[in-house]
Design a protein around this ligand. Structure first.
Ligand code: 8YV
Length: 327
Protein backbone atom coordinates (compact mmCIF):
# COMPACT_ATOMS: atom_id res chain seq x y z
CA UNK A 1 0.00 0.00 0.00
CA UNK A 2 1.18 3.54 -0.79
CA UNK A 3 2.52 5.70 2.03
CA UNK A 4 0.26 8.64 2.85
CA UNK A 5 1.68 12.17 2.83
CA UNK A 6 -0.16 15.08 4.43
CA UNK A 7 0.88 18.48 3.01
CA UNK A 8 -0.39 21.08 5.49
CA UNK A 9 -0.90 23.97 3.05
CA UNK A 10 -1.11 24.49 -0.71
CA UNK A 11 2.53 24.91 -1.87
CA UNK A 12 4.03 24.85 -5.40
CA UNK A 13 2.53 21.85 -7.21
CA UNK A 14 5.92 20.36 -8.02
CA UNK A 15 5.99 18.72 -4.57
CA UNK A 16 2.69 16.92 -5.10
CA UNK A 17 3.67 15.92 -8.66
CA UNK A 18 7.02 14.48 -7.57
CA UNK A 19 5.53 12.60 -4.63
CA UNK A 20 2.69 11.15 -6.72
CA UNK A 21 5.12 10.12 -9.43
CA UNK A 22 7.19 8.30 -6.82
CA UNK A 23 4.09 6.38 -5.74
CA UNK A 24 2.98 8.30 -2.64
CA UNK A 25 -0.64 8.94 -1.78
CA UNK A 26 -0.78 12.73 -1.27
CA UNK A 27 -3.38 14.81 0.58
CA UNK A 28 -2.96 18.59 0.41
CA UNK A 29 -4.92 20.56 3.05
CA UNK A 30 -6.94 23.02 0.96
CA UNK A 31 -7.47 25.77 3.55
CA UNK A 32 -6.09 29.26 2.92
CA UNK A 33 -4.78 29.47 6.49
CA UNK A 34 -2.61 27.36 8.76
CA UNK A 35 -4.32 24.25 10.16
CA UNK A 36 -5.41 24.48 13.79
CA UNK A 37 -3.70 22.13 16.22
CA UNK A 38 -6.78 19.90 16.30
CA UNK A 39 -7.08 19.78 12.51
CA UNK A 40 -3.39 19.00 12.20
CA UNK A 41 -3.52 16.17 14.72
CA UNK A 42 -6.69 14.75 13.20
CA UNK A 43 -5.28 14.72 9.66
CA UNK A 44 -1.77 13.65 10.70
CA UNK A 45 -3.27 10.60 12.45
CA UNK A 46 -4.27 9.29 9.01
CA UNK A 47 -0.84 9.96 7.44
CA UNK A 48 2.57 8.27 7.48
CA UNK A 49 4.45 11.40 6.44
CA UNK A 50 4.02 15.08 7.24
CA UNK A 51 5.10 17.85 4.88
CA UNK A 52 4.82 20.77 7.29
CA UNK A 53 5.17 24.56 7.24
CA UNK A 54 6.71 26.95 9.76
CA UNK A 55 3.20 27.88 10.87
CA UNK A 56 2.53 24.35 12.21
CA UNK A 57 3.48 24.00 15.86
CA UNK A 58 4.91 20.50 16.19
CA UNK A 59 5.55 20.32 19.94
CA UNK A 60 6.14 17.33 22.20
CA UNK A 61 2.42 16.74 22.73
CA UNK A 62 1.97 16.62 18.95
CA UNK A 63 4.68 13.96 18.62
CA UNK A 64 3.25 12.01 21.57
CA UNK A 65 -0.06 11.84 19.69
CA UNK A 66 1.54 11.28 16.28
CA UNK A 67 4.52 9.06 17.12
CA UNK A 68 3.51 6.85 14.20
CA UNK A 69 4.83 9.48 11.74
CA UNK A 70 7.75 8.13 9.73
CA UNK A 71 9.26 11.47 8.63
CA UNK A 72 8.54 15.19 8.91
CA UNK A 73 9.69 17.22 5.92
CA UNK A 74 9.44 20.95 6.49
CA UNK A 75 8.88 23.52 3.74
CA UNK A 76 11.27 26.07 5.38
CA UNK A 77 14.89 26.32 6.38
CA UNK A 78 13.98 27.33 9.94
CA UNK A 79 12.54 24.64 12.17
CA UNK A 80 12.01 26.47 15.47
CA UNK A 81 8.33 25.47 15.25
CA UNK A 82 9.36 21.82 15.67
CA UNK A 83 10.42 20.18 18.93
CA UNK A 84 13.29 18.33 17.25
CA UNK A 85 14.33 16.65 20.53
CA UNK A 86 10.82 15.16 20.83
CA UNK A 87 10.88 13.98 17.19
CA UNK A 88 14.31 12.46 17.82
CA UNK A 89 13.02 10.64 20.91
CA UNK A 90 10.44 9.01 18.67
CA UNK A 91 13.08 8.32 15.99
CA UNK A 92 11.29 10.57 13.48
CA UNK A 93 13.63 12.22 10.93
CA UNK A 94 13.04 15.97 10.55
CA UNK A 95 14.13 17.67 7.30
CA UNK A 96 14.30 21.30 6.19
CA UNK A 97 15.01 23.27 2.98
CA UNK A 98 18.35 25.09 3.23
CA UNK A 99 20.24 26.80 0.35
CA UNK A 100 17.32 27.11 -2.08
CA UNK A 101 16.07 30.28 -0.38
CA UNK A 102 19.41 31.84 0.57
CA UNK A 103 19.71 34.25 -2.39
CA UNK A 104 16.11 35.42 -2.00
CA UNK A 105 16.43 36.01 1.74
CA UNK A 106 19.80 37.77 1.46
CA UNK A 107 18.23 40.06 -1.16
CA UNK A 108 15.60 41.12 1.34
CA UNK A 109 18.24 41.90 3.99
CA UNK A 110 20.24 43.89 1.40
CA UNK A 111 17.13 45.75 0.19
CA UNK A 112 16.08 46.61 3.75
CA UNK A 113 19.55 47.97 4.46
CA UNK A 114 19.47 50.32 1.45
CA UNK A 115 15.87 51.32 2.09
CA UNK A 116 16.50 52.21 5.71
CA UNK A 117 19.74 54.09 4.98
CA UNK A 118 17.73 56.44 2.67
CA UNK A 119 14.38 56.30 4.57
CA UNK A 120 12.73 55.10 1.34
CA UNK A 121 9.56 53.54 2.78
CA UNK A 122 8.98 56.75 4.74
CA UNK A 123 9.45 58.99 1.70
CA UNK A 124 7.06 56.81 -0.28
CA UNK A 125 4.44 57.26 2.46
CA UNK A 126 4.95 61.05 2.46
CA UNK A 127 4.02 61.18 -1.22
CA UNK A 128 0.94 59.05 -0.58
CA UNK A 129 -0.10 61.49 2.15
CA UNK A 130 0.26 64.43 -0.29
CA UNK A 131 3.27 65.76 1.61
CA UNK A 132 5.72 66.12 -1.31
CA UNK A 133 5.59 69.89 -1.52
CA UNK A 134 9.05 71.24 -2.29
CA UNK A 135 12.78 70.48 -2.31
CA UNK A 136 14.07 70.07 1.25
CA UNK A 137 17.82 70.69 1.64
CA UNK A 138 18.04 69.44 5.20
CA UNK A 139 15.07 67.20 5.94
CA UNK A 140 15.09 63.42 6.19
CA UNK A 141 18.64 62.90 5.03
CA UNK A 142 19.98 59.37 4.87
CA UNK A 143 23.55 58.12 4.91
CA UNK A 144 25.86 56.33 2.47
CA UNK A 145 26.90 52.72 2.80
CA UNK A 146 30.26 52.85 1.05
CA UNK A 147 33.07 51.82 3.37
CA UNK A 148 30.78 51.11 6.34
CA UNK A 149 31.16 48.08 8.62
CA UNK A 150 28.67 45.25 8.23
CA UNK A 151 28.21 43.07 11.31
CA UNK A 152 26.66 39.68 10.70
CA UNK A 153 25.14 37.74 13.56
CA UNK A 154 24.98 34.16 12.27
CA UNK A 155 27.34 33.97 9.30
CA UNK A 156 26.02 30.85 7.54
CA UNK A 157 24.56 30.45 4.07
CA UNK A 158 22.26 33.50 4.03
CA UNK A 159 24.61 35.72 6.03
CA UNK A 160 27.49 34.93 3.65
CA UNK A 161 25.47 35.98 0.61
CA UNK A 162 24.43 39.21 2.37
CA UNK A 163 28.11 39.85 3.20
CA UNK A 164 29.12 39.15 -0.42
CA UNK A 165 26.49 41.62 -1.69
CA UNK A 166 27.62 44.34 0.76
CA UNK A 167 31.29 43.84 0.02
CA UNK A 168 30.76 43.84 -3.74
CA UNK A 169 28.42 46.82 -3.86
CA UNK A 170 29.88 49.06 -1.16
CA UNK A 171 33.31 47.67 -0.21
CA UNK A 172 31.98 47.15 3.31
CA UNK A 173 34.21 45.65 5.96
CA UNK A 174 32.65 42.44 7.30
CA UNK A 175 32.77 41.37 10.96
CA UNK A 176 30.74 38.50 12.38
CA UNK A 177 29.80 36.58 15.47
CA UNK A 178 28.82 32.90 15.40
CA UNK A 179 28.65 29.89 17.70
CA UNK A 180 31.43 28.39 15.61
CA UNK A 181 33.85 30.20 13.32
CA UNK A 182 33.34 30.15 9.57
CA UNK A 183 36.83 29.72 8.01
CA UNK A 184 35.42 29.69 4.46
CA UNK A 185 33.86 33.15 4.92
CA UNK A 186 37.01 34.38 6.62
CA UNK A 187 39.08 33.38 3.57
CA UNK A 188 36.62 34.26 0.82
CA UNK A 189 35.07 37.44 2.25
CA UNK A 190 37.82 38.57 4.57
CA UNK A 191 35.22 38.35 7.33
CA UNK A 192 36.68 38.97 10.76
CA UNK A 193 35.42 37.00 13.77
CA UNK A 194 34.63 39.17 16.80
CA UNK A 195 32.99 38.60 20.18
CA UNK A 196 29.36 39.64 20.63
CA UNK A 197 30.13 42.92 22.38
CA UNK A 198 32.56 43.96 19.64
CA UNK A 199 29.94 43.11 17.01
CA UNK A 200 27.48 45.42 18.79
CA UNK A 201 30.07 48.16 19.27
CA UNK A 202 31.61 48.24 15.78
CA UNK A 203 28.75 47.49 13.34
CA UNK A 204 27.26 50.30 11.26
CA UNK A 205 24.77 47.78 9.90
CA UNK A 206 24.04 44.78 12.12
CA UNK A 207 22.23 42.03 10.22
CA UNK A 208 20.79 38.99 12.00
CA UNK A 209 20.86 35.66 10.14
CA UNK A 210 20.94 33.16 13.00
CA UNK A 211 18.42 30.46 13.83
CA UNK A 212 16.00 31.02 16.71
CA UNK A 213 17.26 28.92 19.62
CA UNK A 214 17.19 29.15 23.42
CA UNK A 215 20.51 31.05 23.15
CA UNK A 216 19.36 33.59 20.54
CA UNK A 217 15.81 34.21 21.82
CA UNK A 218 15.46 37.87 22.87
CA UNK A 219 19.22 38.42 22.52
CA UNK A 220 18.81 41.80 20.84
CA UNK A 221 17.30 43.62 23.80
CA UNK A 222 17.70 46.92 25.63
CA UNK A 223 21.19 45.99 26.88
CA UNK A 224 22.35 44.96 23.41
CA UNK A 225 20.93 48.04 21.67
CA UNK A 226 22.60 50.24 24.31
CA UNK A 227 25.99 48.88 23.20
CA UNK A 228 25.42 49.75 19.53
CA UNK A 229 26.38 52.96 17.73
CA UNK A 230 23.75 55.71 17.79
CA UNK A 231 24.14 55.75 13.99
CA UNK A 232 23.64 51.98 13.58
CA UNK A 233 20.93 50.13 11.66
CA UNK A 234 19.54 46.82 12.95
CA UNK A 235 18.35 44.37 10.27
CA UNK A 236 16.49 41.15 11.07
CA UNK A 237 15.44 38.65 8.38
CA UNK A 238 15.72 35.50 10.52
CA UNK A 239 13.11 35.23 13.28
CA UNK A 240 11.34 38.05 15.10
CA UNK A 241 11.82 36.43 18.49
CA UNK A 242 15.60 37.04 18.25
CA UNK A 243 14.87 40.69 19.06
CA UNK A 244 12.78 42.19 21.83
CA UNK A 245 10.39 44.42 19.91
CA UNK A 246 9.42 46.71 22.82
CA UNK A 247 13.13 47.32 23.48
CA UNK A 248 13.75 47.94 19.77
CA UNK A 249 10.94 50.53 19.63
CA UNK A 250 12.36 52.26 22.70
CA UNK A 251 15.92 52.21 21.29
CA UNK A 252 14.69 53.85 18.07
CA UNK A 253 12.51 56.39 19.88
CA UNK A 254 15.38 57.37 22.22
CA UNK A 255 17.97 57.55 19.45
CA UNK A 256 19.95 54.69 21.02
CA UNK A 257 20.22 53.33 17.47
CA UNK A 258 19.40 55.08 14.18
CA UNK A 259 17.24 52.67 12.19
CA UNK A 260 15.84 49.19 11.67
CA UNK A 261 14.83 46.96 8.77
CA UNK A 262 12.66 43.99 9.63
CA UNK A 263 11.33 41.15 7.52
CA UNK A 264 10.36 39.30 10.69
CA UNK A 265 8.54 40.76 13.66
CA UNK A 266 7.68 39.74 17.18
CA UNK A 267 4.84 38.81 17.12
CA UNK A 268 3.78 38.03 13.55
CA UNK A 269 1.71 39.37 11.98
CA UNK A 270 2.60 42.91 13.12
CA UNK A 271 -0.39 45.06 14.06
CA UNK A 272 -1.09 48.01 11.73
CA UNK A 273 -0.87 50.33 14.77
CA UNK A 274 2.74 49.36 15.62
CA UNK A 275 4.78 52.57 16.18
CA UNK A 276 7.64 51.13 14.08
CA UNK A 277 5.52 51.67 10.98
CA UNK A 278 5.46 55.44 11.57
CA UNK A 279 9.21 55.85 12.08
CA UNK A 280 11.18 57.51 9.30
CA UNK A 281 14.25 55.26 9.48
CA UNK A 282 12.40 51.96 9.74
CA UNK A 283 11.28 49.58 6.99
CA UNK A 284 9.11 46.56 7.76
CA UNK A 285 8.13 43.68 5.46
CA UNK A 286 5.69 40.84 6.17
CA UNK A 287 8.15 37.88 6.29
CA UNK A 288 8.75 37.67 2.53
CA UNK A 289 12.38 36.45 2.65
CA UNK A 290 11.70 33.32 0.58
CA UNK A 291 8.81 34.78 -1.43
CA UNK A 292 10.20 34.35 -4.96
CA UNK A 293 9.02 31.84 -7.54
CA UNK A 294 12.54 30.35 -7.63
CA UNK A 295 12.89 29.95 -3.86
CA UNK A 296 9.39 28.62 -3.18
CA UNK A 297 9.69 26.16 -6.09
CA UNK A 298 13.09 25.05 -4.77
CA UNK A 299 11.65 24.61 -1.27
CA UNK A 300 8.76 22.49 -2.58
CA UNK A 301 11.15 20.38 -4.67
CA UNK A 302 13.56 19.80 -1.79
CA UNK A 303 10.76 19.04 0.68
CA UNK A 304 9.51 16.32 -1.71
CA UNK A 305 13.05 15.08 -2.47
CA UNK A 306 13.72 14.61 1.24
CA UNK A 307 10.75 12.26 1.52
CA UNK A 308 11.44 10.37 -1.70
CA UNK A 309 15.14 9.98 -0.96
CA UNK A 310 14.40 8.71 2.56
CA UNK A 311 12.21 5.89 1.25
CA UNK A 312 14.45 5.10 -1.72
CA UNK A 313 17.88 5.24 -0.07
CA UNK A 314 17.26 5.45 3.70
CA UNK A 315 18.74 8.99 3.73
CA UNK A 316 16.93 12.29 3.23
CA UNK A 317 18.89 15.01 1.39
CA UNK A 318 18.84 17.58 4.22
CA UNK A 319 18.10 16.19 7.67
CA UNK A 320 18.36 18.18 10.90
CA UNK A 321 18.48 15.22 13.35
CA UNK A 322 20.75 12.69 11.56
CA UNK A 323 21.24 10.60 14.72
CA UNK A 324 17.82 9.03 14.09
CA UNK A 325 19.31 7.30 11.04
CA UNK A 326 21.79 5.35 13.17
CA UNK A 327 20.26 1.90 13.70
C1 8YV B 1 8.95 30.58 5.24
C2 8YV B 1 11.20 30.92 6.42
O1 8YV B 1 8.22 31.44 4.43
O2 8YV B 1 12.29 29.06 5.49
C3 8YV B 1 12.09 29.73 6.49
O3 8YV B 1 12.65 29.46 7.57
O4 8YV B 1 11.16 31.71 7.29
C4 8YV B 1 10.34 31.14 5.22
O5 8YV B 1 10.93 30.62 4.09
C5 8YV B 1 8.25 30.48 6.57
O6 8YV B 1 8.97 29.68 7.46
C6 8YV B 1 6.87 29.89 6.43
O7 8YV B 1 6.91 28.47 6.38
Amino acid sequence: MSKKVLVTRIIPGIAEDMLKQAGFDVTVWQGDRAMTKDELTQYARQANILLSLGSNKLDRSFFETCKHLEIVSQFAVGFDNIDVAAATDYKIPVCNTPDVLSEATADVAFALMINVSRKMFYHHKLIQKGEWKQFEPLKNLGFELTGKTLGIFGLGRIGSIMAQRCKGAYGMKVIYHNRTRNPKAETELGAQYVDFNTLLRDSDILSVHSALTDETKGLFNKQAFAKMKTTAVFINTSRGAVHNEADLIEALQNGTIWGAGLDVTNPEPMQATNPLLEMSSVAVLPHIGSATVEARTGMARLAAENIISYYQTGKPVTIVNPTVLIP
